[in-house]
Design a binder for this molecule. Structure first.
Ligand code: AMP
Length: 142
């Protein structure tokens, strides 16, 4: 299954935050949208970084709560792994497992067109396996 098929069903909404906003504002976005990571972007289209709840937890542990009033750019990951709508869900699942992150922005010609989370990947994979199981069961009993 292609990423494009997943985006067609889940939509192309991506929550972004500008690099100069504070970590406190980031936490508000994570809570408000019920998500685990936000793409950092100055213009809402170009990916400047990604920041997840793990980054906040690590920095809080290392530096204390002064991190909350600092800029998101100070804690974001700048080497962002992205994918395209033509990539496969199976390939993305392998990348997420090998590289130990749970979010991958989808980019076309340098612009954000969606985001994939590990939840999206697992959901589609389970649906696929269930459909395959149903087909095999129908085949065996026919
Ligand atoms: P996550 O598992 O997505 O919460 O992220 C774990 C760590 O990987 C955090 O330090 C994130 O900033 C980083 N990270 C998350 N997604 C990506 C990505 N697509 N490319 C590179 N780093 C990422």
């Amino acid at each position: 299954m292609r990423i494009a098929d997943v985006l067609a069903r889940k939509g192309d909404t991506v929550v972004t935050i500008a690099p100069d906003r504070t970590v406190r504002e980031l936490l508000a976005l994570l809570a408000e949208h019920g998500i685990g990571a936000v793409v950092v972007s100055g213009d809402g289209a170009t990916v400047a970084g990604i920041v997840s709840e793990r980054d906040v937890v690590r920095r809080l542990h290392a530096a204390g709560d002064s991190v909350l009033d600092g800029a998101v750019s100070a804690i974001m990951t700048t080497e962002v792994h992205t994918c395209t709508p033509d990539d496969t869900v199976e390939g993305l699942m392998e990348t997420m497992t090998a590289r130990r992150f749970r979010h991958v922005p989808v980019v076309v010609d340098g612009a954000l067109v969606g985001i994939m989370s590990i939840g999206d990947v697992v959901k589609r994979r389970l649906e696929y396996l269930q459909a395959e199981r149903d087909q095999l069961t129908a085949y065996i009993s026919s």
